[in-house]
Design a protein. Structure first.
Length: 349
C-alpha cells in the first residue's frame, strides 16, 4: 500500500512539474514578446535623440554663421553634442538593422565634415567661402539627408513598435490561454487516469475477495470440487479434499485432462456430460462415473457440472464430485445401468 501511495505521489509531482514547466514557458514567451516591444520602443526613442542632436548641431552651425566666427563656448558645445551623438549611435546598433544604422552614420559623417569645413573657414575669416559651404553641403545636402534618414527610420520603427505592442497583447493572451488550457487538460488527464486506476484497483480487490471467498468455501467442503477449462477439459483447480478421497495431491493434477481419471467404460458418458456443461451455460448437469484412485482402485462418484466460464472469479466449468460410499443393491445397479443407457446424463435445471 505504501508503494502504491509513493507511486501516486510521484505521479502527482510529475504533473505539478509539467504544469510548472508550461507556466514557465508561457512566462518566457510573454517576456520575449515584451522584450521585442521594448526593443522597438527603445529604437524609436534613440532615433528621436539622434534627431534632437542633429538639430542642435544645426543650431550651433547657424549661430556660428550668424556670428561669422567660432568661439570657445561654441566649440565646446559642438564637441559635447558629437560625443552624445556617438554614444547614441553606438547604443542604437543594438536595436536597428545594420543597413539603417550605416546609412544614418554615413549621412551624419558627411554632415559633421561639412560643419567642420565651415568652422575652419570661419576661423580663417573667409566668411564668403564658409557661406558657400553652408549652402552647398551643410544645409541643403548633408543635413537634409541626415534628417530624412532619421525620420524614415523613426516611422518604420514606430510602426514596428505599435505592431509589436499589439502582438504582445494578443500573444500574451494567447500564451496564457494556451498555458491554462494545457494545464487544465494535463490535470484532467491525470484525474481521469487516477479514476481509472481507482476503478481498476477496486475491481481487482473485489475479484481477489471473490476468489478468496471461493477458495475458502471449496477448501472447507467435504466434496471434491474441480474447475475445468472447457476445451480441452484440463484441470485448472482442484480442492484439497481429493487427497482424502482419491489420494492425489491437488497440485499434481493441474493441467491434466480429467478424462484420464475416468474409467474407460464411463468415457462416453463423461464426454457427453462435459459437452452439455460446455455448451449450455446457466444449466447444471448430473452424471455418475468411476474415478481412478491413486492406489489403483476405482471410486464411484456423482458429478454436478455448472458452466461458470463467464464468471471472472472462476472462468471455467465447476464440477462437484460426491463420493458414493454406500453399496447398492442388485436392483439399484440394474436400474442405474438402465437409466444410464437411456439417459446418460441428467439436467437438473
Amino acid at each position: 500500500m505504501g508503494h502504491v501511495y509513493t507511486k501516486s505521489m510521484s505521479k502527482k509531482w510529475l504533473v505539478r512539474m509539467a504544469a510548472m514547466m508550461i507556466t514557465l514557458s508561457a512566462i518566457t514567451g510573454i517576456l520575449t514578446l515584451h522584450r521585442w516591444s521594448e526593443a522597438s520602443h527603445r529604437a524609436v526613442d534613440l532615433l528621436k535623440d539622434v534627431e534632437v542632436q542633429a538639430n542642435r548641431l544645426s543650431a550651433l552651425e547657424w549661430e556660428a554663421m550668424a556670428r561669422k566666427g567660432v568661439n570657445s563656448e561654441l566649440k565646446g558645445a559642438h564637441l559635447l553634442i558629437r560625443k552624445r551623438m556617438d554614444r547614441t549611435l553606438d547604443e542604437l546598433r543594438r536595436y536597428v538593422d545594420e543597413a539603417d544604422l550605416a546609412a544614418i552614420r554615413n549621412a551624419y559623417r558627411e554632415y559633421v565634415q561639412a560643419i567642420g569645413e565651415e568652422y575652419r573657414l570661419l576661423v580663417a575669416k573667409p566668411f564668403a567661402q564658409a557661406l558657400e559651404v553652408d549652402d552647398a553641403k551643410a544645409d541643403d545636402a548633408a543635413y537634409d539627408e541626415l534628417v530624412d534618414l532619421i525620420g524614415q527610420a523613426q516611422n518604420r520603427y514606430a510602426a514596428a513598435s505599435r505592431w509589436t505592442i499589439i502582438a504582445v497583447d494578443i500573444g500574451s493572451t494567447a500564451v496564457l490561454l494556451l498555458a491554462a488550457l494545457s494545464i487544465g487538460l494535463l490535470f484532467s488527464k491525470f484525474e481521469q487516469v487516477q479514476r481509472l486506476k481507482e476503478i481498476l484497483v477496486a475491481e481487482q480487490n473485489a475479484l481477489r475477495q471473490s476468489e478468496e471467498r471461493f477458495r475458502a468455501l471449496v477448501q472447507n467442503t467435504s466434496d471434491m470440487i474441480a474447475i475445468l477449462n472447457p476445451l480441452p477439459p484440463t484441470i485448472k483447480f482442484m480442492s484439497d479434499s481429493i487427497h482424502r478421497v482419491l489420494g492425489y495431491r491437488p497440485e499434481s493434477l493441474l493441467g491434466t485432462d480429467i478424462t484420464k481419471l475416468i474409467h474407460p467404460d464411463d468415457g462416453g458418458k463423461m464426454q457427453r456430460f462435459l459437452a452439455n456443461c460446455a455448451f449450455n451455460p446457466r444449466s447444471t448437469y448430473l452424471a455418475e462415473v468411476r474415478l481412478h484412485h491413486s492406489n489403483g482402485s476405482w471410486s464411484q462418484v456423482e458429478m454436478f457440472g455448472d458452466n461458470r466460464v463467464d464468471d471472472t472469479a472462476i472462468g471455467g466449468i465447476v464440477i462437484n464430485f460426491r463420493h458414493v460410499s454406500e453399496p447398492k443393491s442388485i436392483d439399484e445397479v440394474v436400474d442405474a445401468q438402465q437409466a444410464d443407457f437411456d439417459f446418460p446424463e441428467r439436467k437438473l435445471h
